[in-house]
Design a binder for this molecule. Structure first.
Ligand code: SAH
Ligand code: DHB
Ligand code: MG
Length: 213
């Protein structure tokens, strides 16, 4: 799987200086290596491009690797708001984003995503054109509910790690409970049209893609 992933990424998602530096600095700072893969980053960009998204919301910044992908795909006056609980992660991300020359398009908000999402709703900062959920997996069902409140018809709601090495098909795996609930909500909510796209990473995973009707 690793070799296949490397083959595809070598063709369609070759690394450049800013992305390589972002991963290197994240590693030096001791951040966990749980960023999206290079090919998934390309997929996120493609989804921004084909949806014409201008305002993107990300839940879970880490070192800004996926944020850099999003911001690069946005049109001139597009903007990304990215939510991150850990100040330490946000600090690394800000440096990575600055180095990539994207500070003007990316706003990182530090704090628990639940509070930040409530703030976005309260201040009427929605709707967003695309929302990428990639923070703590236990929070996914709640983040979906907030995302729907920050959506308009046509908004794309994406959920990373929808398959997680297949743990979601084990009904006895407690760590996968919330992800199962999230996937079922996406499948059943009449307001959404959804699917899961399986992805090759080091292990198998998937991206849930839902469109608000
Ligand atoms: N999207 C990133 C990876 C995010 S990893 C990328 O692909 O590059 C998940 C991040 O979510 C971590 O940085 C973690 O600190 C953050 N996180 C976890 N729980 C959170 C919460 N409740 N609110 C905000 N951020 C949270
Ligand atoms: C984990 C989290 C992620 O967002 C991811 O893409 C991969 C792994 C994790 O918490 O293990
Ligand atoms: Mg993820």
């Amino acid at each position: 799987m690793k070799e296949i992933d490397a083959y595809v990424a070598g063709l369609y998602a070759p690394p450049d200086e800013a992305l390589t530096a972002a991963l290197r600095e994240s590693e030096w700072a001791g951040l966990p290596r749980i960023n999206v893969s290079a090919s998934e980053g390309r997929l996120l960009q493609m989804l921004v491009e084909i949806s014409g998204a201008r305002r993107v919301l990300e839940i879970g910044t880490l070192g800004g690797y996926s944020a850099i992908h999003f911001a690069r795909a946005l049109p001139k006056h597009g903007a990304l708001v990215s939510l991150e609980r850990e100040e330490r992660h946000a600090e690394v991300a800000r440096r990575n984003v600055e180095r990539a020359g994207l500070s003007e398009r990316i706003e990182i908000r530090v704090g628990d995503a639940r509070d930040a999402l409530a703030g976005l709703v309260e201040n009427g900062e929605g709707p967003f054109d695309l929302i990428f959920i990639d923070a703590d997996k236990e929070g996914y069902p709640e983040y979906l509910a907030w995302s729907l409140r920050l959506s308009r018809p046509g908004t794309l709601i994406l959920g990373d790690n929808a398959i997680r090495e297949g743990s979601v098909i084990d009904p006895n795996d407690p760590s996968a409970l919330a992800m199962r609930e999230f996937n079922e909500k996406l499948a059943k909510d009449p307001r959404l049209s959804a699917l899961i796209l399986p992805l090759i990473r080091e292990r198998i995973d998937g991206l849930a893609i839902a469109r608000v009707r």
